[in-house]
Design a protein around this ligand. Sequence first.
Ligand code: SF4
Ligand code: ZN
Length: 143
Amino acid sequence: MSDEPIKYEIAGEWAAHPARNCRGLDRNMFMVERGDTATLDHLRSICDGCPVKVPCAEFAINDATIIGIWGGLSGKERRDLRRQRRLENGEKMRGPRRGTVVKVARCGTLAGYERHRRQEEPTCAECRAARAAYKRYRKDNAA
Ligand code: SF4
Ligand SMILES: [Zn+2]
């Protein structure tokens, strides 16, 4: 459904930590829809006290293609951190360089659903199904 488990495989030694707080949890569910602060708080509470919170957050900060909550940080928070670090490093702000492959959220994921909404286009059946699965999971695992 999503690329996230692969991200763990490339993440580094910390991802294999036996006491990682999200071990056994579905990475696809570490997603938050805009304005859903209850879910965000719940996921943050899982990351709080995780023994690999710092390397996990750094990993996700350093890869702009990563989505969802990592190390207790949302995608927006990581974007803000990247911008802040670039400014601190005195680098000029710039868009993607020519030839850069910009990854687009795939259909059949919650991110895909949100991409449709952002672009104000109709959602596709795969994306609606992914969102429904997410909603069900959230309801069954309410904090
Ligand atoms: S910080 Fe959160 S997302 Fe990262 S490994 Fe720990 S529980 Fe999982
Ligand atoms: Zn779609």
